[in-house]
Design a protein around this ligand. Structure first.
Ligand code: ADP
Ligand code: MG
Length: 262
């Protein structure tokens, strides 16, 4: 089983340190970890650091192999990252972007032939329910469609670690569920280590095997949704008074009642 071990991870921008030696219990393959926390907590910074896009100190080991210091194209073979906001003004079609991602760094299987690459890209678009967007320009897509195309770009190389920064924020209800279902299916099927930043705590509770709560650049809690999404933690981390209840289907629901005085 794959696992990702993060120890003493320090990250920031220039001299501004955002994450101060963060350590986590090993993240397991086949499980979805929801990364949650208030705005500015450092969630995106943490994912960028794991993806190798920011200079970092500390240790990030995938199955014992140190990722820090690995060249980006090597790291990208193992770790796929979907940013919170996808780059604008890219004059490529969805299919061209996927083929570009496949060429940019070798997959675990080495370079694919052009026909194998096209077939894989089309398969994936089918799974995501967007085969009709293959030949549409990225700059012509709606916000939700761009997120699905971004997700396809992250998945196409069949990474071992999948880092998704708010992949459902622009999606309507149906797509939120179908994207999370697909992410769960792929995570289970391929034993991926999947970390997803989600704002919607009900969505986190529903799909996450584990929750990591971040606030002020510090890990505040890690554990099952039941253990972490408690009124006390929600008060401490989000500054809200909240109820956590089970709905008639048995799913955890988080009901935020009021902002607590600062
Ligand atoms: P979150 O994703 O949890 O909302 P971020 O990781 O985006 O939080 O931001 C954490 C902190 O890092 C914030 O204080 C933010 O202002 C700062 N920050 C984010 N991006 C940059 C950047 N490119 N340069 C400098 N500071 C940044
Ligand atoms: Mg963010």
């Amino acid at each position: 089983m794959k696992q990702l071990e993060i120890q003493g991870l320090t990250l920031g921008y220039g001299r501004r340190e955002i994450l101060h030696g963060a350590s986590l219990d090993a993240l397991r393959g086949g499980a979805i970890t929801a990364l949650i926390g208030p705005n500015g907590a450092g969630k995106s910074t943490l994912l960028r650091g794991l993806a190798g896009l920011l200079p970092a100190r500390g240790s990030v080991r995938l199955d014992g192999q140190e990722m820090i210091g690995l060249r980006l194209e090597h790291r990208a073979r193992h770790i796929a990252y979907m940013p919170q906001s996808l780059p604008q003004g890219v004059a490529l079609t969805v299919m061209e972007a996927l083929l570009g991602a496949l060429r940019a760094s070798p997959t675990a299987e080495g370079q694919l032939s052009a026909s194998a690459a096209t077939e894989r890209a089309l398969d994936l678009l089918e799974q995501l329910g967007i085969p009709h967007l293959a030949l549409v320009g990225l700059d012509r897509l709606s916000g939700g469609q761009r997120q699905l195309a971004g997700l396809a770009q992250a998945l196409v190389r069949r990474p071992q670690v999948l880092l998704l920064d708010e992949p459902t924020s622009a999606l309507d209800l149906r797509y939120q569920l179908s994207v999370m279902e697909l992410v769960r299916k792929l995570t289970r099927q391929h034993g991926l280590v999947t970390v997803v930043v989600v704002h919607d705590l009900a969505l986190a509770a529903r799909y996450a095997d584990e929750v990591v709560m971040l606030a002020g650049g510090t890990i505040r809690a890690q554990g099952t949704p039941e253990a972490t999404l408690t009124p006390a933690m929600l008060a401490e981390v989000y500054g809200v008074s909240a109820r956590v209840e089970r709905c008639s289907h048995g799913h955890l629901q988080v009901l935020a009642d009021a902002a607590l005085p600062a």
